[in-house]
Design a protein around this ligand. Structure first.
Ligand code: ATP
Length: 202
């Protein structure tokens, strides 16, 4: 699916929890009019009744994961897969292909509309094989100590919880070996904006 490379730049943004992915997306949207696709939000959307993944999830996990209004109770679903790797793999096997299919549809749509910069943000961009779709993937990196401070300050995490999540995710080396570029978000937002501006040469 690299045929869009010449016409539209498809940029993947990835990184660990609280590294600044959303902050980067906001800059790309405001300063570069990028069309943004957030894989997590899209996955939630595709779980709505009548959407791509809904029937398959209900068929696989049963009606006990439904709310009274027939929408999927994501907390119940989360609890079900949290302790069961096989069930988590089943859920991912339904949701991830549906997300990718819809992203390909949106890429096609945006190409026809003449979009120049499309950005896909996902924590698992590399694991889910988006290298084949993206022109380039950027890693958003922040010093661990600063990430912990931000997670505690803005997300009400305890230091211990922040560290647990950070250590359960892939490390800098993993991302840096697989991404084409690293943005360092350990400074302020202007510093981040400057790095993006330099990289995009605009
Ligand atoms: P998640 O993985 O949970 O989706 P994320 O990678 O999207 O997180 P952000 O939401 O962009 O990360 O940033 C985490 C928090 O840190 C936010 O509250 C954000 O406002 C703050 N933050 C991000 N970058 C900076 C910065 N350069 N200076 C100060 N605060 C920042």
């Amino acid at each position: 699916m690299k045929q869009n490379k010449d016409t539209m730049f498809i940029l993947g943004i990835t990184g660990g929890i609280g590294s600044g992915k959303t902050t980067v997306l906001n800059i790309l949207k405001e300063d570069y009019q990028a069309f943004i696709i957030e894989a997590d939000a899209l996955a939630h959307d595709l779980m709505q009744p009548e959407k791509e993944a809904y029937q398959q999830i209900v068929k696989c996990f049963g009606t006990e994961i439904l709310n009274e209004d027939r929408t999927i109770d994501r907390t119940a679903l989360g609890q079900l897969v949290f302790t069961d790797r096989k069930k988590l793999a089943q859920l991912n096997g339904i949701v991830h292909p549906a997300v990718k299919k819809d992203i390909l549809r949106q890429i096609q749509e945006q190409t026809e509309l003449g979009c120049r910069l499309l950005v896909i943000e996902a924590a698992l961009l590399l694991e889910d094989g988006y290298q084949d779709i993206c022109s380039e993937i950027w890693y958003v990196r922040t010093e661990t100590e600063i990430r912990i401070q931000r997670l505690c300050q803005y997300r009400n995490f305890t230091r211990e919880r922040a560290l647990n999540v950070i250590h359960s995710q892939m490390n800098d080396t993993y991302y840096q070996e697989r991404c084409q570029f690293t943005l360092d978000n350990s400074g302020n937002q202007e510093d981040l904006r400057r790095q993006i501006c330099q990289k995009l040469n605009r």
